[in-house]
Each structure stands twice: as C-alpha cells, then as structure tokens.
Design a protein around this ligand. Sequence first.
Ligand code: F6R
Length: 614
Amino acid sequence: MCGIVGYIGNRDAYDILIKGLHRLEYRGYDSAGVAIIDPDNRLNIYKSRGKVDDLENFCQSKNVSGSTGIAHTRWATHGEPNDINAHPHYSASGKIALVHNGTIENYNVLKEALQLQGCVFKSETDTEVLVQLIEYIKTSNRCTLVDAVREALKEVIGAYAIAVVDTDNPDTIIGARKSSPLVVGIGDGETFLASDATPIIDYTDKVVYLNDDEIAIINRNQDLKIITVDNVPTTIDIHTLRLSVSQLEKGGYPHFMLKEIFEQPRTIHDCIRGRIGNSGSKVTLSGVLENREHFQNAHRIIIVACGTSWHAALIGKRLIQEIARIPVEVEYASEFRYSNPILTPNDTVIAISQSGETADTLAAIQMAKKCGAFVYGVCNVVGSSIARATDSGTYIHVGPEIGVASTKAFTGQVTVLTMLALAMGQLRGTVKDEEAAKITDALRSLPKLIRQTLKLNDEIEKLSGIYTYVHNFLYLGRGYNYPSALEGALKLKEISYIHAEGYPAAEMKHGPIALIDHELPTVVIAPNDELHEKIISNIQQVKARGGSVIAVVTKGDKTIAEIADHTLEIPEVPESISPVIVSIPLQLLAYHIAVKKGCNVDMPRNLAKSVTVE
Ligand code: F6R
C-alpha cells in the first residue's frame, strides 16, 4: 500500500517523480504529493486528493524546479484521503519532509509526547508524527539528520518504508525500511529510491534492495552508504534487474487487466519453461531438488496466502494431496499468524504471494520460521520481501501484474503448484509415470488451450450487457473448481462492485438456495469431470427456482446447453488443470461487466495491489 519515489541527481526531479508515481499508482491512488528542494534551497510541497493526474494538474503553474525530491501515492490508513493527510508530511519548521509506506502503531503515544513539547499537528496521520519526531530529535540533540532518523526509528513500533529530505542537507535523501519494501536504483551520477523497481527501470538496471532495519544514505556527491538503525555499516549487494519497460505499458489494450488476461498464453509458457521438457513426465524445480528432504519427509504442508493467492492455495491443496499424498492445510495468512499455530521442524510451509509484499503473509512466514518449519515461497515479484524471507522457492515468472485484480498471477500460481505437486510426487514415488505424463502433457498444451479459450472474448462481451446492472451473483463449482468459483466471485466483486458469492455447488441446498430468484444469476463451473452429473442436478435446482444460469462447460456439452441460459464452452482438459482454463471466461466476464458499468477496472475503489499493512 502506498508508493514512494525519490530522486537525487543532475536532472529535474519532478518529471522523474511523477512518472514513478504513475508506475506505483497500483499501490494506492487516493491522494498523491511531491516535495522538491528548489535551487534556492526552498522546500516546495504540493499534494492533492485523487490520482497522480490530479496532482499533475495541481502542479501545473507551480515551481517544481530542483533536482532533489521525494513523492508519494497514498492508500489511506490513518485519516481520510484529503489534501492535508496526503504525503509528503513536513516538520514544524518546514525544513524536513517525509513520505511513508506502512503503519506506525505507537503513533498516539509518540504524538502525545510531542504535543507535550509543544508540537502542533496538522494532519490525522501516523506519518506526521515521524517527521515531527525526527525534527524534534535533530534540534534537541543537535545531531545530524541521519542520527535523528536513526534515533526516531528506534522509537517506532510498526512497519515503514520512508524517504526523507531536509533543506539543511539539500544533497541528501535518506531512505529506511522495516517490513515495507524499498529499492535504491544506482544510476550514473544520480540515485533513485522507490517502493519497487518499476519507477527505476527507465534509468538504470542496477538496484539494491534494502533489508529490514537498514538506512540508505543517498548523497549527490558520494557513493551510496547503508547502515543499520544501530549505526553499523552493511555491505551493498547490487542486483541487475531483468525487467523491460514494455512490460509496464498497456501495449494497445484499453486496460492493464485485459492485457494481462490476453498475455496468459505467453506467461504460462514462461512459467513452465525449463521446468518441464518438450516431452516426458519429468518436472525439475531446483528449489525442490535442493531441499528434497523437506518435501520427501514432510509430515504436513501448510499453505499460507491471502485473497486470490489463497484461492490458488486451495487448488494447490488438492493437487498436492492427490499427487504427492501429503496432508495439506490452507490458511489465511492473517488468521494463521494470530492462531498460535502448532508447527514443528517436520512441517513445510508454502507461502504464496504475487507481490511478495503482503504484510500478513510475511508475518506468517516469520512465525513459521521461528518455529523451525521450512518455508517455501511461490512469488511473482523477483527480489520481493517474501521471496527473500523464505528458505527457497519457485517464481511464477508471469511478469509485472499491474491491474489490481489478479489474473495472470493466479494462473501462474496454479501452474507452479501443479508442477510442485508433481515434483514432490516424483520424489516421494507417489505418482505413476503415465499419470505424471498426462499432467505434464496438459501443462505443455496450456498456452494453446488458453489461446483457444480467449476466443470467447466477444461472446462474453455481449453476454456482459445482459448482466451489467444486476446486484448479486452466485458462483458454483465443485472439486478442483470450487476454488475457481470463489475466484470468479472475487474478480467480479472487486472490479464491478457487484456482490458475488462463491460456493461449493452441493452446499447450495444448505442455505444459499434461498437467495435464488429471477434476479440472481448463477455462474456454474461445469466442465466434464467426475462430478459432472451432480453439477447438472445443481443447475436444475437453480432453474427450478427461476434463476438464470451461465454455465462454463466443456465444448460440445449438449445436456447443459439445453438447461442453462448461456453456456461458455472451454476446450477439453484434465480435471486437475481445468482451473487454469476455467478462470479465463470468469476473468473476462468480470472485466466486461465492470467496463460496461463504467468502473475503473485497473484501479478499483478502496483497493491496492500490494497490501503491505495489516
Ligand atoms: C485479488 C487480489 C488480492 C490479492 C491479495 C494477496 O484480485 O489481487 O486478493 O491476491 O491481496 O496479494 P499477494 O498475492 O500479492 O500476496
């Protein structure tokens, strides 16, 4: 949540900061701001409610000159989204400005203490406390800015990534992190700071990922220096980015979400590349091979995740139990971390996260590691906090996902979990060669099958016109596709604001059936599988009560075509990989309904892509 950018160098900071904020807007978009030190050493701060475009309009006739600056796009935690609560926040003297991603949990205590010293607060935010505290320490201890930041951070309980500028130190930006991401980009005579590498990639591919409790001292005229909050210098580990600018653009599509849906043939190809060969049943995941004892001997696997990643985890559970015969539990990371879980070194924990920054998932990992469990990550963002906090892992390699609603990451996660289940099954000898070959063949054909399924786009666009203004939807699925129903419902509600519930189809008769009438459409996921006959009965139960049915069926399913109101035909696929194919029409349905309703599909209200707060 919230995006931070900083720049110091020989160019005008403003354009770089604004472009960076646009890249980070997926992290939050309820207000934005910049603070730039101008050539006369004045600190100019501009901020406004709304998106980065609103900030740009606001800044049009303002003095934005200067080559040292910080900027922020906000997802509100403390205080409503308005101009005053927008970042950057500044100190009483107006000399120090700060942007922050995270939550200062003890801000009330700190605020009261500062108020007793005469500090007056302008905003309702936790962040303003930090900048006032830094100035208070700097003035009362007569210390350097760096020491003041260090001392202030020692007082803070909570999560933060911050960037600080000070007119007493116009050639310096200070960055620091704890539990919220921060990356330093090292250019030629210029340095960048950002919540992720996307604002940096246009200028340099050399980056340093800050670790928890580290402070970066970025000086225009000196090399980057990193120290801990206890003032111990740390070694600087420079990484080379493998990210291209074109991956961050819409490429002719009206929205990132549609682009990302249509990218899936390629992203799934990238996800399986090098992990299964052109033929045969062998799956090679280096993370599994290097840690074989944790998969061979695991008594139990616990998967922790949130949101869409949690839905992928439910599919992973079935796959691992079926193929590798290890008992699996799936937990919401936010519940798991506070549940006093019973974990032993014989447990293997798998953490799934697209962003690799989800605060609850990160906390669950830390808890599992403390208990001695081996933790394996399934992440998309390379170098993210979760990727670095886990003992080992497998990247899904689907490229940057910018649309707030997860699409290609979900199919990548399910694909990696399928390969993980196979790799574990092969290690443990629980999967027969011909069974493994059936699944690896299906994985190889996924890009082609997704391409075929995407041809439903026009049909779904027309269909969405019928359902644009309904208020509720029910999604039903069974077996491997019960989680697909949950995911389909989540996609619809988050981008179209239509209430939608996902249910295991057979559970309908235990309650939700009472909701069914002609105003409640039901999406039934009904490909040809073991439970096909049973799901036909579920469709009949809906029809008998006047409900309309959109059924996702295997091509040529005449039985369901006769009873459902609409059928969306997908190609024949083995049951275990059907969730990947099924998710395509569900993503498209949610997308087209949301677009018809006039919703901002890439930036739905109240949401952010990276949930770095509790
Ligand atoms: C929904 C969505 C969210 C995320 C959730 C976890 O489309 O994107 O539900 O899945 O916030 O995020 P990650 O996977 O980044 O940990």
